[in-house]
Design a binder for this molecule. Sequence first.
Ligand code: ADP
Ligand code: MG
Length: 676
Amino acid sequence: MDVSSLVQPIEEATKVPGPVLSALARLKLKRVIDALNHFPRSYNVRSAIKDLRAGMVASVVGAVKSAANKATKRSRMKLTEVVIDDGTGAVTAVFFNQPWLVDRFKPGAKVRISGPVDYAYHKWSMKATSFDFNPPPLAEGLEAEYPLTEGAGNDDIAMLIGKLLHHAQAIPDPLPAELSGKLRLMPIAEAYKQLHQPTHSKALEAARLALKYREFFLLQAGLRLRRRAEALDTGLVIRVDDELRQRALRYFPFSLTNAQQRVCRELEHDLTTPGRMHRLLQGDVGSGKTAVALYACLLMIDNGMQCAIIAPTEVLARQHAVNIGNYLKDTKVRSALLLGGMRESDRDALCAEVAAGKVHILIGTHALLEDYVRFKKLGLCVIDEQHKFGVKQRATLRGKGDRPHVLAMSATPIPRTLSMTLYGALDVSVIDELPPGRTPVITEWVHRSREAAAMEKIRAELKDGGRAYFVYPLVDASDKVEAKSAIEYAEHLKNKVFPEFRVGLAHGQMSADEKDAAVQAFRAGRLDILAATVVVEVGVDVPEANVMVIENAERFGLSQLHQLRGRVGRGRRQSYLFLLGEPRTSEAIDRLNAICKIQDGFKIAEVDLKLRGFGDFAGTRQSGLPKLHIGDFEADAEALTRARNDIAVWHEKIDPELVRDCLELHFGRKYRLLDV
Ligand code: ADP
Ligand code: MG
């Protein structure tokens, strides 16, 4: 048996009834290995026959008393009825259309039978879904219970996986043989068998540990390989001298903060020494990441290279283009903006200039990934809000150069356990200081009864030259969700609450041009109030805006609230955030209290993590890691650390091809090379 049996579609490996097949699709289980990696979420204790209840999926172990084939009257179905007795009672196990089985159930033989239990006509019966002669002693019996979905019962899934279990023999072990031997972990095939059909809890625990350890080993070995490849990649080493350094810094109308200067040195080091840069730049909203990224760009450009800056939204890309354009005003460095909706002739003209190397910094949205974008010599990719891009997209951008340097930026810090894992695969820089003159945003959770007072406060701010965002969770009012929609509410603000001010609207259903026009008008001061959905979440930079009101604040996540808050407090005026809403869960109340108390983005991320739990975080695009099948970054920190330490010792014995194949096997093709 080889690995190809594991990647074949499930329905090719075994017969799968139609409803089960669509349930599998819903569970995203396609290949045999996916089914094997679909682990039970819990286990049921096996039952004595006297304790059976109708409806439960049970396993019983007993001696065969009788076995006989029967034909049903109405259908042509053939039944095999096997009566088993375990000393506490008897039950009839029923098999459908497998008449040949009858000879295997010799009276007196000991057998385990599993399946859903029914009680009818004073008789207990089980629809047998699996059986096993020579069952292990039932000191403690456990029954797997799978994450369920419509269309398939637990028994369907258990039966299906049971039929595929023998394929686990073909799963390769990513550990070097010596290490495997030394650790005495349960062998893979046995571990899969135990996890799906455990004999007792001790073995189950050992099986769990064996697979968790291997999962962590695999991920971290993959990250290490990637890292090593980058370190060996000597291309694109640039030269930087004091003169260039000074010149680059003169582009900025301010002096960089200490944190920015430190990160600039870190980037410079990456760019001037062998080994491709692959760095994550983390910094709170408004900490000045863009300036640092531009510094790196300027060093590359002076060395004859082009740079690309990609951002997840048009608003944000435009913002970068405006800011960078301002910094570069009156210089020979040329930046340009490429958007998806551009006129074709404009786009072609721009692309021709990029291909000719005349544009030094190309800023844009996903449009940068299109085939028509070609660089003459792309040396650095800056990926803003990197977690909003998929692995493939990031690879596509990189592919437009000859292994260019990569600077990924994010305002959402990764939690510690995760960064420990990623560490060694990725350099992390942190800007932990805000530019001078920022004042903490006064954040208040306003009770409905005090809403009017808050509006008066806002009126005073607007009269005094301030500008305000009003943020709503949804675009359209719906019956189901009692949230005020931006459209409706903008009208309400305009006509009822603030008739003396100019109110604009920006939401996700508007065309990019309309949306942009609104943001531009707000920035230019032609609007006093911008009513908006979360389109303003990322990157919008209007220093004059000093008030934000968030409606139904309880519907937003903590990190999202913090991102939104980052839109104010950028200028010299004291800024305010007013949270409106009526949280109904204690978690939502905790969230609102936290955002009022805490200003620091890293602390916010910690609290957010506690409230949401880790599962939400790891394995999302945020981390760049695949979703784990069995390990848990938080709960299994010990196994995680052990695997990491072992890799440090054994790395020379690790087989890179084997690790890549295992990554692809377990997590799919796009994770063959881990790209975090
Ligand atoms: P981020 O991308 O980290 O959210 P930006 O790079 O957009 O932050 O910077 C936010 C604002 O702060 C911009 O208007 C920028 O011009 C300004 N800024 C950045 N660095 C400094 C600094 N050292 N001193 C003063 N203002 C700065
Ligand atoms: Mg930014």
